[in-house]
Write a protein that binds this ligand. Structure first.
Ligand code: ADP
Length: 491
């Protein structure tokens, strides 16, 4: 099958979060399974050019219709760790992608509306006719709208679209200008509740809603989150739209890249191990302590790796630090905050705990250190408020670090409670789950994990190994996506 991914990120060249990992990891696995994949991305000035091999101009004169005229673009082509990527560079005064950032501009709607149009224009002009176009998040919500309202009539009548939503919180609310810019025009036609009109703001168009309405199939990144988005307020106002389109909506769990996250070959950890040589993990624990100036003692290490923000349950992360210390454990945190208030709060905590031999807070983004933490810690906490999939619990398990998580979104689909799970037999359980958002709830689950570590170490290790036995690679998710692609092609 010939698949084209259209996205605003692809790791490691453009990565702001999990979306980049998914675009790369899924494409790689689809290629391993003998399919042809190409990826279309914006050519940002601030992307990691050192991660692209053989960048060259592939298409010099692409004219993309925009308002009444057209914008001249160049399309570059190169390989990102083996994946063939096309980067679109518009030459206009708007400077859409030369802003030193991926997102966060006032005209983000127009930037990505333009990108969606340019990607389709590129496919049309270069005679690429993929079987499936797979696009992602609000930034590319207009792709299926443009395809089925315009490009279909220019010769792209056989293409099908799969649309994946990674985060319902950001939906791309826009005004009429996106219609006039992209040539969709007909304001009253699109400002309809059955099409792009936002369900709650009657004066706005919702690009993600357009993606849902027009695509042949819609997915989100875990089965449980699909249920939440449909039936609870976690669809952020799109629940009704999902309900109307439920026949073409499903959750497919993300995978993690087993080339990158593999304790047997990881170049960032000093001692390699697998489930049969699990005792080697102890040596990484020692190395982690040495690296972070923690004291050597017979104590468990609890860790947190991730963004520090409300979505991630930052208050519970904070509470977990002090509760772990109270229980005699050590705590390691690696996180970055974008909000000033949270940032200064954690800098204050860092200073406060500076001389504590049992705690280390590392504020910032550090890929290499994250590997050592996953390998050296015993327990990883993930107390999120909202988590469509979540990768850190899966990575933790891959490294034999037992997850203690809040039971929402993808965490429900991946972590099964040691004491209370009713579906999986004891030998298939892999962590600890709590449900409420208060301190007591976290305490109860963390207590159970720590008690098991202190009192029944062999059983704790067995639980860690059970987590390692799970297959969270991209193999199964890619098979699921292929079933979706096949379904929409033959519908
Ligand atoms: P998000 O909501 O941010 O996408 P995920 O759990 O899906 O959260 O993915 C987070 C990814 O980013 C993981 O690979 C994790 O290891 C990595 N990560 C998050 N914060 C940091 C950090 N401060 N330093 C290094 N890696 C980080």
């Amino acid at each position: 099958m010939y698949i084209v991914q259209i996205a605003s990120e692809c790791a490691p060249v453009i990565k702001a979060g999990g979306l980049g990992d998914v675009v790369y990891g899924l494409s790689r696995e689809l290629e391993i399974q003998q399919h042809c994949v190409e990826i279309i991305l914006p050519k940002y000035d601030c992307m990691r050019y050192d991660q692209i091999w053989g960048l060259h101009d592939a298409y010099r004169d692409l004219w993309v219709p925009w308002y009444g005229g057209a914008i001249h673009c160049s399309v570059f082509c190169g390989w990102v760790h083996g994946r063939l990527c096309f980067f679109i560079e518009p030459h206009s005064e708007d400077n859409f992608f030369n802003r030193g950032c991926y997102y966060g501009c006032k005209d983000d709607n127009m930037r990505f509306a333009f990108f969606s149009k340019a990607a389709l224009e590129f496919l049309l002009q270069s005679n690429k006719r993929p079987d499936v176009i797979h696009c992602h998040d609000w930034q590319t919500g207009l792709v299926p709208v443009l395809l089925f309202e315009i490009y279909k009539y220019h010769g792209m009548w056989n293409q099908r679209v799969c649309y994946t939503i990674h985060n319902f919180k950001h939906q791309g609310l826009a005004g009429v200008e996106v219609l006039w810019g992209t040539g969709l025009n007909r304001e009253s036609y699109y400002f309809d509740y059955d099409r792009l009109r936002d369900n709650f703001n009657p004066f706005a168009l919702n690009l993600m809603k357009g993606g849902i309405v027009y695509s042949n199939f819609v997915t989100t990144v875990s089965p449980h989150h699909a249920w939440e988005a449909h039936h609870s307020d976690m669809g952020y106002g799109l629940g009704h739209t999902l309900h109307l389109h439920q026949h073409k909506f499903k959750g497919i769990l993300n995978g993690i890249d087993y080339e990158v996250w593999n304790p047997e070959i990881d170049r960032f950890i000093p001692y390699h191990y697998n489930k049969d040589s699990f005792t080697e993990k102890e040596k990484n624990k020692k190395a982690l302590r040495e690296r972070l100036w923690l004291r050597h003692a017979d104590k468990p290490i609890v860790c947190y790796v991730g963004r520090l923000d409300d979505q991630k349950g930052v208050h519970l992360v904070h509470y977990a630090i002090y509760y772990s210390l109270l229980r005699g454990a050590q705590f390691v945190l690696l996180g970055s905050a974008t909000e000033d208030g949270i940032n200064s709060w954690f800098w204050h905590e860092k200073q406060y705990l500076n001389d504590n031999p049992d705690a280390h807070l590392e504020l910032g983004f550090n890929e290499e250190l994250s590997h050592l933490i996953y390998a050296g810690a015993d327990i990883i906490v993930v107390p999120s408020n909202y988590e469509p999939c979540g990768l850190t619990q899966m990575i933790g398990m891959r490294y034999g670090t037992v997850p203690v998580v809040r039971g929402i979104g993808g965490l429900v689909s991946t972590v099964f409670d040691w004491d209370y799970d009713t579906i999986h037999p004891p030998e298939k359980r892999n962590g600890f789950v709590f449900f409420q958002t208060d301190h007591r709830a976290l305490e109860s689950a963390l207590d159970r994990a720590l008690d098991l570590w202190y009192e029944k170490r062999e059983i704790f290790n067995k639980l860690a190994i059970q987590g390692m036995e799970y297959d969270y690679s991209w193999y199964n998710p890619a098979c699921e996506y292929l079933k979706v692609y096949d379904f929409i092609r033959h519908k």
